[in-house]
Design a protein around this ligand. Sequence first.
Ligand code: NCD
Ligand code: ZN
Length: 348
Amino acid sequence: MKTHRIICPDDWHLHLRDGAVLRAVIEASSSWCRRAIIMPNLVPPVTSTADAEAYRQRIKAADTAGSGFTPLMVLYLTEQTDPADVVAGFQAGIVTAVKLYPAGATTNSASGVRDMRAVWPVLEAMQTHNIPLLIHGEVTDPEIDIFDREAVFIDKVLIPLRAQFPKLKIVLEHITTAQAADYVLSAGEYQAATVTPHHLLINRNAYLAGGIKPHYYCLPVAKRETHRQALVAALMKDSGKLFLGTDSAPHIDSAKLQPCGCAGIFNAPNTMACLAQLFENHHHLDRLEAFCSRYGPAFYGLDVNTQTLVLSRHDTAQPVPEAVMTDEGQITAFDPQMDIYWSVAGIE
Ligand code: NCD
Ligand code: ZN
C-alpha cells in the first residue's frame, strides 16, 4: 500500500448546522481539515458579529475530540447588515467573510438580499478593508430555468457587481457550469471560486435517471455532463483560482426523503478519498495539494497549515462511509458511484 502526503487541507464552504447535528457531523470534517469557512444559514441566520462569536463557541464546544479544528466565521448578508459591525468583527478576528444569498435561492435563504443596491454600503466597506464576499450565484427569478440560474446570475448580477466593486474579493461558491469556470478563470486577481467534490464527480443523471434520488439533490443542481467535464478541465489547469469548498450540507434523511425534500449533499465523510481518486484518475495527484491546501489560504491571505494529511492508496476498492447517526436521525453520506482506492490515514 502506498501513501500520499499533502499539507493539511481546509474546507472553504461547509455547513455544520447546530445542536445534535453539529455534534454528530463535526468529526467528519475535523478528521481531515484544519479550518473551514462555516456557512451562516442557520435558523435564524448568523447576521451579526455577536451571533458569529456565539456560534463559534458552540462549534468549539462540539469539538469534544479537541482536534484543533478552527471554524472561520461568516456573516449572512441582509439588507439590514451594519457595515460597522462587519468591519469591527473582521478586525477583531471573529469574522472572516460575508455571504450573499439572493433571497429564496437555497436552504434557509429567506432573509437574503432582494435589492443589491441596499447592500452597496456594506460592500464598499468590505472592499476598503479587504473582507471577502462569498456568493451563492443563482438568480431566483421563477421565469429562469433552474439549469440556467448560475449562468444568468453571472451575466445579470456578478458582472455588474464586479464593475461597481473592482477590488472587492469575491468567491463564487460551488460553481457548476462551464460559464462559471470561464468567468472566474478570466476575471482578475480579486475573483476566485470554490468547487465541490460532488460537482466534479456527478452530473444530473445522478438524481434524475433510473428513479428520483434525493441524496444527489443539492443547490446549485448538478448540470449536464459537459459542464462537469468543464469543471474538471478548469481544475486541472491549475489556475490558482479554484479551491476546495465541499458544501457538505447535512440534512436528516427524513427531511430529504420527502415529496419536497431539502437540498444538500453530505460529503464530508468521504471528501478526501473522492478527491484523491479524481486527481489520480486524471494523472494529476500532484495537484491535489494545491486545490485542497494552498490556493484557498493564498486567496484569503492566510498561511497554509503546518500539519500533514496522510492518504493511503489501497490495492482494492474501499468502502466509503455510508451515513452518520445523530440524535435526530440518520444522515446519508455522498456515494460517489465509482471505485475509490483511497482513504484518509490521519493527520500528522
Ligand atoms: C445548502 C444547505 O443545505 O444549507 N444546500 C445545498 O444544496 N447546497 C445551502 C447552499 O449552500 O445552497
Ligand atoms: Zn452551501
